[in-house]
Write a protein that binds this ligand. Sequence first.
Ligand SMILES: Cc1ncc(COP(=O)(O)O)c(C=O)c1O
Length: 324
Amino acid sequence: MATADVGDDGYGDDPTVNRLQDRAAELTGKEAALYLPTGTMCNQIALHAYVHAGHLAVCEASAHVGRTEASSSAVLSGVSFHYVSAPDRGLMLGAQVAAALTPDPCDVAVVDLVAIENTHQVGGGSVHSVTSVRDIAAVCADAGVPFYLDGARIFNACAVAEVPVAAYAEPVTSLMFALSKGLGAPIGSILAGDEEFIREARRLKILFGAAWRQAGIMAAAGLIALEDGPKQLPEDHANARILATGVAELLPESVDPDDVETNIVFVDVSGTGRDSTWWRAQLAAEGLLVTIVGGRVRMLTHVDVDAAGVQAALAAWRSAAKVA
Ligand SMILES: Cc1ncc(COP(=O)(O)O)c(C=O)c1O
């Protein structure tokens, strides 16, 4: 990062950013890619580019793009959502998407985009198979609706499915992925798609205030994350399993280790007599920081959590459980 070649990315002149974008396009098999500060900005640019104000995007009922970011899309783009409740851990099915795309006879509820999330965060880091993504792609193609992948954690899905990222990128019109989550970079996400979409996305990036200057300092870390990050993920997934198994031994019924496919562990503490905020405070006092999502305690493993870290986390749970 300290020795990165930099220029003004506002003009497309930062050589390290350009290298990162070229490499991301090459890996995903898309024509072009754009380096952006956050995953949220990737999603918001995609929504703005594809969906007319007053029209809808189809997404799963707990998807990040439709729940956590709904106010952003309402304010920035006038976009609303048609939510689909998936039967299993946030994973929408092709038939459900087909039903959601049935044309409105009054032409009021018009869908301009279908978005999936892979892995699905609230679903517990659940993985869409390439086949299921292809099923949804076929439905979108029949309806002539573009298909977007919120792949903030797509490389975690790749590690489970044992496929290159291009296998997930190929069926979708465009996608984003985070460099700053499992891949371990301090900042940044990538949006990838065809030349025309990325040209428009670059315009929207400036419109949304992200004509960042010498971003190559961060892009240098992004390049390393892209090459080395994916190698780490199987270990993160194994660590998450160990974490879930340890918590399940302590608090049976709170988590099923078999549900842990990737690096996210949700613990349902509702049967413990203490609520999730109590557990969060107690665990923090023991040195373990967790978040609460939908009333459940959420933990993630990543490049900075090793086997000893997992054992330390389990020790924190044991101490907290004694007080509970
Ligand atoms: C599935 C998903 N999409 C998008 C985002 C947004 O990414 P960022 O936090 O970089 O804005 C997140 C963040 O947690 C996420 O989990």
